[in-house]
Design a binder for this molecule. Structure first.
Ligand SMILES: [Mg+2]
Length: 98
């Protein structure tokens, strides 16, 4: 599946589950993840890098992810709608346990 098609599926799926998903364009730095999503219920923020299967992160992306994690942000690298669903369902389960 093309990255653009996968992105569309991911955005649609997240929206149906109450997440606001925006595209990221960071003019100050290369390597920003494709999307930032914010949960309407919890306010949780997740950054999502969408890749084709076997797609690799650029050095800029690796650096950007490192910075986000250093600031206690969550970054997912997703190469299929199945993986995205699993991560979202897993997160929902954890939030319900809190
Ligand atoms: Mg991408």
């Amino acid at each position: 599946m093309l990255e653009s098609s996968l992105e569309k599926h991911i955005v649609d799926y997240a929206k149906r589950r109450g997440w606001w998903m925006t595209k990221i364009k960071d003019m100050s730095c290369n390597g920003a993840p494709d999307r930032r999503m914010i949960c309407a219920k919890t306010g949780r923020i997740i950054f999502v890098e969408i890749k084709q299967i076997r797609g690799r992160l650029s050095e800029g992306q690796k650096e950007y992810h490192k910075k986000l994690k250093a600031h206690h942000q969550t970054v997912w690298i997703v190469d299929s709608i199945t993986l995205f669903r699993e991560k979202l369902d897993d997160l929902k389960r954890k939030d319900l346990e809190l």
